[in-house]
Structure formats: structure tokens, C-alpha cells
Ligand binder design. Structure first.
Ligand code: C2E
Ligand code: MG
Ligand code: MG
Length: 638
């Protein structure tokens, strides 16, 4: 009977434990099904916490997960008593039992105490209470753990709970790891989207402000007439047209008499509104194919396509007559007179430089003799006579190869090594001595001789670059290109003859000026693309002194900006210059351009430029421009 009773209680126990096992297996299977296809990490933490809570019959269940910073962990999920208060809390990685588990990558339960050293035992015994914590080990990373606190119905978590929770952890860890990866991906995608949005917004702002800048850089703010740059641009196109059509162009330079006195009496604001009124009267005289511009101060200029000397002089009279009626500005009645100089293409000059200096001369003649209108008269113009002699000398200099190139080293701010050099023209004339390039280049340009000179300079620099590349590893030589040469219809043909392959092209950089961007944009883009296809890099010289529009700049294959020396000279003392240099460097880098600073004369400028991230520098601090032999000595001494 006794054995019978014992047997039946054994069977009952067995039944109970079988039933429990079945419940457990079912719970594990259900959990596995529920989270297997779930990618929402928060939902997974919630399911896992609730299931684990009932699996080990704990009062509270928590899921501490290591944070991405690897310095803290955060309770990301939980169920049972007080769990909601604890979820979200972060603790330092070495803190508490979790710290112990992270460190040893082993589970914690009370049975562990026996395996600890006395010191560790003393430390943990009080803190732990009734706790079980198993690690969550993903396939790729250690994730954190699952912790149970206070067993509901007995003294503590036993070995069976440990095994069960470990098995549970190994099943759910993969789902947790996957969902965390998806969450990370989503987060970084959202971050990307956010950045993209911000970038688009910034780009829009940039385009808006560069449009505004473009307007400001082309129109005069007082009169809303085109400014000097736009006038030059339009006149240069008109000259190209007139050249092919065999037409003439009249040019009038109008200067208001004694405007300084008017300005002093009325004050600048009223002076400006008078200029505006004058501009409007003049504008009434202008036909659709003519351009009236304000050159600055009290000077207006207009070009008149198809006008010869007589016709242009007659139009000048009309402008003068237009001023006969007095002006009224805030109850002041003002009488305005003007003097007008007249010059005509092509008799008085074939390019802008010549035409403008001659119309200027004529205007001063008019002022001097108070005849109001004066047509340019070459015999009266000593300067022009002097220039004629210079032109003859330059023609000879080209034929006799009197020009020489000097080279100025350009160093990298990082390596402090010479990476390239700029070729600068020098002319020593027996009669005139050393003539600076600022003068002879301009005269060459104004007299149709610049192309021949430039092709000579490119050829010479290329030959030199080949020598220095193999001897000193110098990457390339920069050559200055006049806009005229670049925009000449024959440029492509001529340059193809000099630069025969990409290897040659890569030894050269062409320096061009910002104002080029004002001219026929599509044609310019084509020319620049062709230069790039030859391997030649393009650099914008004297950046900051001209009128380049950002929106145009970014559409051209330019790779470098050279900040003009006027900004560099005083940047150490002058905060405004420093700000310009700083923002130019940032802007250039944002557009993917490198930056060279010109005219670096002292160490403090070099240090500051290095700090601001400027890529390379050129200036007297490193060396003045040198003839070939001296350049060799200089580089060998380095
Ligand atoms: P750029 O192309 O801007 O050349 C730099 C000028 O700054 C050079 O004057 C150079 O000697 C000077 N420079 C360099 N470092 C310093 C410095 O630390 N301090 C100071 N104060 N000046 C420095 P350079 O040789 O008199 O040439 C003047 C301009 O003439 C050049 O300006 C360039 O626009 C033009 N140029 C020179 N050679 C040629 C050429 O072969 N072709 C064309 N088209 N233009 C040329
Ligand atoms: Mg230059
Ligand atoms: Mg320059």
C-alpha cells in the first residue's frame, strides 16, 4: 500500500513535470514564431520580456542592452513589477551584476557565488539578492542580457531556471540582433534623408544668394543700369559681331560737370537720387540694341552699334540737350551739364582697352576746352603715340624671342614641398630696361599680339615642366592665359598642336581670370571642357577681385582657386580679410576645389593659412619668381 501510494505520487510528479515541460516548450515555440518574422525592435523586447517573465516565473524581468558608445548599457525592455520605471535607464558599463556579466561573458545566478573568490563573494552577496542574468550573444556582437529578479514562488532561481533562460536567450538573440541591425539601418537612412534634405535646402539657399550676387555684380545699385563689367561684356560681344559684319560702333563717355559740388551741397543721398534721375533721362534716349551703363561716380557710357563718327556725335548732342530742363530734388532746382567724349570702332581702336582709353582721352579734351562734345583725335594723344612705339618694340621682341619666363615655386602647406610653379613673363628691352608684365601684357593684349606670346609661353613652360617633372618630381607648371586668347576661335586648333597627349596636358595648369565667366557662357564651357580633356587643370587667378558667380563657377570644370594677394597681404591683422579668406577656403572645398594663396610674405600668414586649411601657397616668403638656373639652385638647396 505504502509503495502504491509512493508510486502514484511519483507518477503525479512526473506528470506535472511533463506538463510543465510541455508548457515551456510551447512557450519557447510560440516566442520563436512571434519574433521570428518581427523586425520592430521595441515589439521584440516587449514579447521577449513577457515570455521570459512567465518562463522563469520571475517577479520582474529586464533586458539590459549595451549601447553603441560601448560605455553604457540601457534597460531597453522589461515586464513585471517596477519594470516601467526602470526601462530607459542607462548605467555605466562596469556597474552592478550586469558589469560582471559583460566582463566575463558568463551567466549570473546564485549558484555562481560558490565559484567566486572571497573578495568578490563579499562584494556581490549583498547586492544580488535573488537574481538571474544570462548573456545575449548575437552572431556578430555581444548584445547584453536577460535578467530575472525575485522568483515568485520559491527561495530562488535554480539551475533549471538558468538552463531554461539560457536556451531562451540563445533563441531570441538572433531575432534581437537582426531587428537591431534593421533599426540601425533605418536610423542611418533617416539621418541620410535628413542630411539630404538639409543639403538640398542649403543648395537652394546658395543658388538664391548667388543669383542675387550675380545681379549685384552686374548692375549698379543706384541707377539700376548695367555696371562696368556687364558693359565690357556686352561691348566685347558687339565688337566680335561688328568685326564679322564689317560694322562700326560709336562709344560715348558722358561725365557730369561739377558733380562733386552738387554732391557736397545736397549730400550723398540726394546726390544719388539726382544720378538716378539723370540715368532715367538718358535711358529715354537709348534704343533696344544699345547699352547704357554707369561706370561709377558721375560717369555714364553707352555704345551705339552701326554709328560712325558723325552719327555718334549727333547722338551725343541729343544726350546733352536732354539735360537742358532742370532737375528738382526736394525743392532744390538743379542745373546739370555734361561733357562727352566720342570714339568709334574700328578707327579709334579694335579692342575694348584701346577704345575706352581713347574715349576717356576725348572726354577729358572736351572738359578741358569746355566744348561739351569731343571726338577722339589720335594726333592730340601723346600717350597713344608712346604706345605705338611700344607696340613696334613688342613686335620686334616677339620676332627676336626677347621674352623670358621666370618661375615662382608653389608649396603644399601640408608637406611644405614644392608641388608646382607659376610661369611669369619677363621682358628686358635694351631701350626701356625691364618692363613689368602688368604693362607689356596689356599692350600685347590691346594690339592683337597676345596670342602669339601666349602660345610661346605655353610651349616654353611645357618643355620646362617635362625637365622638372623627371628631375625634381614637380607636378605641373601654371601658365597665365589672357581671356582673348582663350576665347579666340582658333584656340582649340592651336592648343591641340602644342599639347599632343594627356601626359603633356597633365604637366600644365592654365590660370584664367574670374571675369571670363561673364562672357558667352556656353562657348566658354565648351572651351574649358576641351582644355580639361587634354589633361590640363584650370585655376581661377586673382580670385576675389573680379565678378564670378558661384552658380556659374560650379558648372565649369575648374579645379583650383587662387586667392588674390590683396586679401592675403594684411589678413593677419585685418579680420575682414581673414573672414573672406576663411569663407573662400570653405566654399572652395565645398565645391571640390583646392585653394592656393598668392602673395604670402611672412611666416604668420603661412601659419594662419595652414590653420584655415589652405592647400598651397605662393609668395616671397618661399621665393620670388626665378629664372631657370636660379630655380634649379633653389630647389636643389631645399
Ligand atoms: P599673377 O598671375 O597674379 O602673378 C602673381 C604676381 O604676384 C607676380 O607678379 C608675382 O611676382 C607677384 N608676387 C608673387 N608673390 C608675391 C608676394 O609675396 N608679394 C608680392 N607683393 N607680390 C608677389 P608679376 O610677375 O609682376 O606679374 C603680374 C601679373 O602679370 C600676373 O599676376 C599676371 O596676371 C600677369 N602675367 C605675368 N606673366 C604673364 C603671362 O605670361 N601671360 C599673361 N597673360 N599674364 C601674365
Ligand atoms: Mg597668375
Ligand atoms: Mg594672381
Amino acid at each position: 500500500m505504502k509503495t502504491g501510494k509512493k508510486n502514484s505520487s511519483n507518477i503525479l510528479d512526473l506528470n506535472r513535470s511533463l506538463q510543465q515541460k510541455e508548457t515551456e516548450i510551447e512557450l519557447l515555440q510560440q516566442t520563436f514564431t512571434d519574433i521570428g518574422s518581427e523586425l520592430d525592435i521595441e515589439k521584440i523586447f516587449q514579447i521577449v520580456s513577457e515570455r521570459a517573465l512567465s518562463l522563469i516565473n520571475a517577479e520582474t524581468l529586464l533586458i539590459p542592452i549595451l549601447d553603441a558608445n560601448c560605455e553604457t548599457y540601457t534597460y531597453r525592455g522589461g515586464a513585471g513589477k517596477n519594470a516601467t520605471e526602470i526601462i530607459g535607464e542607462s548605467l555605466p558599463i562596469e556597474f552592478g551584476v550586469c558589469g560582471w556579466v559583460w566582463k566575463h561573458k558568463r551567466p549570473w545566478w546564485q549558484g555562481m557565488l560558490n565559484e567566486l573568490s572571497d573578495e568578490e563573494k563579499n562584494r556581490w552577496e549583498h547586492e544580488v539578492g535573488n537574481m538571474i542574468l544570462v548573456p545575449l550573444q548575437g552572431k556578430k556582437h555581444f548584445l547584453g542580457g536577460i535578467a530575472g529578479l525575485n522568483k515568485n514562488d520559491s527561495a530562488g532561481f535554480d539551475k533549471k531556471d538558468l538552463n531554461l533562460l539560457q536556451m531562451f536567450a540563445s533563441i531570441v538573440s538572433i531575432a534581437i540582433e537582426n531587428a537591431m541591425a534593421v533599426k540601425n539601418m533605418e536610423d542611418s537612412h533617416a539621418l541620410n534623408e535628413n542630411y539630404r534634405f538639409k543639403l538640398e535646402h542649403l543648395n537652394k539657399q546658395l543658388i538664391e544668394s548667388s543669383k542675387e550676387l550675380e545681379y549685384l555684380s552686374l548692375f549698379d545699385s543706384v541707377t539700376a543700369l548695367p555696371n562696368r563689367s556687364l558693359f565690357y561684356d556686352r561691348l566685347s560681344r558687339e565688337i566680335v559681331k561688328a568685326e564679322s559684319d564689317g560694322n562700326t560702333i560709336g562709344i560715348l563717355l558722358i561725365d557730369i560737370d561739377n558733380f562733386k559740388d552738387i554732391n557736397d551741397t545736397l549730400g550723398h543721398d540726394l546726390g544719388d537720387s539726382l544720378l538716378n534721375k539723370i540715368a532715367r533721362r538718358f535711358y529715354g534716349e537709348v534704343k533696344h540694341n544699345e547699352t547704357l551703363a554707369r561706370l561709377g561716380g558721375d560717369e555714364f557710357i553707352i555704345f551705339l552699334p552701326g554709328h560712325n563718327q558723325k552719327q555718334a556725335a549727333r547722338r551725343a548732342e541729343k544726350f546733352i540737350n536732354n539735360l537742358k530742363d532742370t532737375f528738382t530734388i526736394e525743392q532744390n532746382t538743379i542745373v546739370v551739364n555734361a561733357s562727352i567724349g566720342v570714339a568709334v570702332y574700328p578707327e579709334h581702336g579694335k579692342n575694348i582697352g584701346n577704345l575706352l582709353s581713347h574715349v576717356d582721352f576725348a572726354m577729358y579734351e572736351a572738359k578741358k576746352s569746355s566744348i561739351k562734345i569731343c571726338v577722339y583725335e589720335p594726333d592730340h594723344d601723346n600717350l597713344a603715340q608712346g604706345q605705338l612705339a611700344m607696340v613696334a618694340d613688342l613686335r620686334k621682341a616677339l620676332d627676336q624671342k626677347q621674352f623670358e619666363l621666370y618661375y615662382q615655386p608653389i608649396i603644399s602647406t601640408k608637406s611644405k614641398k614644392i608641388v608646382s610653379a607659376e610661369a611669369l613673363g619677363r621682358w628686358y628691352s635694351k631701350d626701356r630696361g625691364n618692363v613689368p608684365p602688368g604693362i607689356f601684357i596689356r599692350v600685347l593684349e590691346q594690339n592683337g599680339l597676345i596670342d602669339e606670346y601666349t602660345y610661346w609661353a605655353i610651349t616654353t613652360a611645357l618643355a620646362q615642366a617635362k625637365v622638372w617633372k623627371s628631375r625634381y618630381g614637380i607636378k605641373c607648371i601654371a601658365v597665365n592665359l589672357s581671356p582673348q586668347t582663350l576665347m579666340h576661335p582658333d584656340f582649340k586648333k592651336k592648343i591641340d598642336r602644342i599639347i599632343k597627349n594627356k601626359g603633356d596636358g597633365e604637366l600644365l595648369t592654365f590660370e584664367i581670370t574670374e571675369n571670363l565667366f561673364l562672357s558667352e557662357f556656353d562657348r566658354l564651357a565648351k572651351v574649358l571642357d576641351h582644355i580639361c580633356s587634354l589633361g590640363v587643370e584650370l585655376s581661377i587667378d586673382d580670385y576675389g577681385t573680379g565678378y564670378s558667380s558661384l552658380s556659374r563657377l560650379r558648372r565649369l570644370p575648374v579645379s583650383e582657386l587662387k586667392i588674390d594677394q590683396t586679401f592675403i597681404n594684411e589678413m593677419v591683422e585685418n579680420k575682414d580679410d581673414q573672414a573672406v579668406v576663411h569663407s573662400t577656403i570653405e566654399l572652395a572645398h565645398n565645391l571640390g576645389l583646392t585653394v592656393v594663396a598668392e602673395g604670402v610674405e611672412n611666416k604668420s600668414a603661412l601659419d594662419l593659412l595652414t590653420k584655415l586649411g589652405c592647400d598651397s601657397i605662393q609668395g616671397f616668403l618661399i621665393s620670388r619668381p626665378l629664372p631657370v638656373t636660379k630655380f634649379n639652385t633653389f630647389i636643389e638647396a631645399q
